[in-house]
Design a protein around this ligand. Structure first.
Ligand SMILES: NC(=O)c1ccc[n+]([C@@H]2O[C@H](COP(=O)([O-])OP(=O)(O)OC[C@H]3O[C@@H](n4cnc5c(N)ncnc54)[C@H](OP(=O)(O)O)[C@@H]3O)[C@@H](O)[C@H]2O)c1
Length: 232
């Protein structure tokens, strides 16, 4: 890729593996994290997407210092099991996955539009495809993210700007966030990072991690509501 990337949410899990993948391929990247000290050897900036003012200041600082950033990875996210509607869980999910995600995506869009080209890559989830009774607000927040990304893709097209928006729909990835009782087709964080880099370089618009999750995505979309209600 050559030019500098920014990784939003980089101290653990997929974001950390993505930073390490950059290092092992000799690619430059800047990391943004609530704990910038946790990842040695990278230009690191403090970022809390649930603190609007702090986050806006952090993006301003990063893009002023690294105007050449042309690829922005939006990895941050949270979620918990929520088998009964629990507003505490929903509130923190919405704060990061909806409000924080929007703030980050808009800052990224503004920067890339100013440059006139680039790549915005975000990790959503297979959960974006349909609602889910066991993780109500998480699924809804991922659908929100997916829709926002599509909207930005349309915006860049209408502006005739060569800015690619890549949505990475992850299945299960072996990180702290994976809370399913019986996970299957589990990717390692490194596999996810390598797939994200490959999709970014190929300028893909939608990828699944692992690739075979595309089949689940396809089935989920096809299932009529009366059947989905029994398993969703
Ligand atoms: N693991 C899975 O099975 C799975 C499946 C589908 C989708 N995903 C998605 O993959 C993404 C990464 O999750 P992960 O699996 O790597 O889990 P993780 O290790 O728990 O990582 C969560 C990430 O969110 C960031 N984050 C949390 N609170 C934040 C805040 N207030 N401001 C900014 N960043 C914040 C963290 O960044 P810092 O600590 O660096 O601030 C961390 O990098 C998420 O969007 C998640 O929804 C995961």
């Amino acid at each position: 890729m050559g030019a500098t990337s920014a990784i939003i949410g980089s101290s653990t899990g997929i974001g950390r593996a993505l930073a390490e993948a950059h290092r092992s391929r000799g690619l430059e990247c800047v990391t943004l994290s609530r704990t910038p000290e946790s990842l040695a050897g990278f230009p690191a900036f403090s970022l809390d997407l649930t603190d609007e003012r702090q986050a806006a200041g952090a993006f301003e600082k990063v893009f002023a210092r690294y105007p050449e950033i042309d690829t922005i990875f939006l990895i941050s996210g949270t979620g918990d099991v929520e088998p009964t509607p629990g507003y505490e869980t929903a509130r923190s999910t919405i704060a990061l996955n909806c409000a924080g995600f929007t703030l980050a995506a808009y800052q990224a869009a503004k920067h890339l539009e100013h440059r006139g080209a680039g790549r915005l890559v975000a990790v959503t989830s297979v959960a974006a495809i349909r609602g889910g009774s066991q993780s109500l607000s998480y699924n809804a927040s991922k659908a929100y993210q997916s829709s926002l990304l599509e909207g930005l893709r349309c915006r860049f097209a209408s502006l005739k700007l060569p800015i690619t928006v890549t949505e990475v729909r992850a299945g299960f990835v072996d990180t702290a966030m994976m809370k399913a009782e019986k996970p299957f087709w589990v990717a390692t964080a490194d596999q996810a990072a390598q797939a994200i880099l490959a999709a970014t370089q190929a300028r893909k618009e939608l990828v699944y991690v692992l690739g075979r999750w595309r089949l689940i995505g396809w089935l989920l979309r096809l299932l009529p509501t009366f059947l989905y209600k029994r398993i969703g």
